[in-house]
Design a protein around this ligand. Structure first.
Ligand SMILES: CC(C)(COP(=O)(O)OP(=O)(O)OC[C@H]1O[C@@H](n2cnc3c(N)ncnc32)[C@H](O)[C@@H]1OP(=O)(O)O)[C@@H](O)C(=O)NCCC(=O)NCCS
Length: 300
């Protein structure tokens, strides 16, 4: 044998991870009587759940609507101390100014969900690459290119949905897609689902809208199971998948190595159909009217 011996990728070291900004938010909640409640949190989704369930939420929201309170404003701050200062400043604002903040936020973050096209490749790659560089949500080391994602979108759409959520001015806030799980024919009714929201859009209900549409479309196509592979330390995604009705299927210990540490992955499974009769072949493309019906429900 001559020449260099072939090797796999070099393990990514801890210092390759770009520091993610601290998670610190100020928010306003709309209560059913029209009043606005302000607070701060380091986990918007968890805090919203606490307000809605009354477990660990504020007395005010518990007695002013509980499950019916809605997010009316969210602003990401540099750190806890900045969030506390901003919370105090917002609380002092006259009601009209709080209403103006909420109206501006709603206008800027209004998003609609549609099927992606290869032209979305650059925006999808940019959003995804943030997670490649900043975290272990994805096991990818190298950045994706716009061309790769354009090809990926075109490939996915041949058999499953690739959904994007965009603002009226075209900003991408999140995407969700699925692809067949394994190539052997007996697996033809299973998909792996993927979802990423922009870091400033997490915890605001977008993931739920994207997954609701994705799972509905997959069910109508005739798929039976959606699997999600979630990094052990990705608590946000575990909470999300559990809340969306997935059940924990199995754990792969020590399954990946990124940013200087070994990582487990957990498989979550969602049963789209449960009947025991022989399945119909999956319908890779759905009529436009079906797509419009599903999207109308999450864009309404
Ligand atoms: C995981 C992710 C897609 C979830 O989307 P999201 O928009 O943040 O979640 P939503 O606000 O729509 O939450 C949907 C439900 O999950 C619950 N949930 C979400 N995050 C949660 C958390 N951190 N703690 C508790 N509950 C949580 C919400 O309370 C909500 O419950 P509801 O049905 O009572 O409204 C999003 O946070 C994200 O993109 N994270 C980074 C990338 C990532 O991890 N992707 C997944 C890779 S496997």
């Amino acid at each position: 044998m001559s020449g260099e011996l072939l090797r796999g990728p070099a393990p990514s070291p801890a210092d390759a991870c770009l520091p993610a900004p601290e998670s610190a938010w100020v928010y306003l909640l709309r209560c059913p009587d029209g009043s606005l409640y302000g607070g701060w949190t380091n986990d918007l989704a968890r805090r919203l759940q606490a307000h809605r369930t009354g477990k660990g939420g504020a007395k005010y929201t518990k007695s002013h609507g509980g499950p019916a309170v809605r997010l009316a404003y969210a602003e990401r701050c540099a750190d806890k101390s900045a969030a506390l200062k901003r919370e105090a400043a917002i609380k002092k604002l006259p009601k009209a100014d709080k209403e103006a903040l909420a109206a501006k936020w709603a206008a800027e973050n209004r998003s609609s969900i549609r099927m992606a096209t290869p032209a979305d490749g650059a925006a999808v790659a940019e959003l995804y690459n943030w997670y490649v560089l900043h975290g272990t949500q994805t096991f990818q080391y190298q950045l994706s290119t716009a061309e790769e994602y354009a090809a990926n979108i075109a490939g996915v759409l041949q058999k499953a949905p690739f959904l994007v959520a965009t603002t009226p001015d075209g900003r991408l806030l999140g995407f969700a897609c699925a692809h067949p799980w394994h190539s052997r024919e007996a697996y033809a009714w299973n998909v792996e689902a993927t979802i990423y929201c922009a870091p400033d859009c997490v915890g605001q209900g977008l993931g739920k809208r994207l997954y609701t549409a994705l799972l509905d479309l997959l069910r109508r196509q005739g798929y039976y199971n959606a699997f999600a592979i979630v990094t052990g330390e990705n608590k946000q995604s575990h909470a999300f998948h559990k809340q969306m009705g997935f059940t924990k299927a199995c754990v792969e210990k020590h399954s990946g190595y990124k940013f200087g540490r070994w990582l487990d992955v957990i498989y979550w499974q969602y049963a789209l159909r449960t009947d025991n009769t022989p399945p119909e072949p999956v319908q890779y493309t759905l009529p436009d009217a079906v797509l419009a019906d599903v999207l109308a429900k999450v864009n309404g």
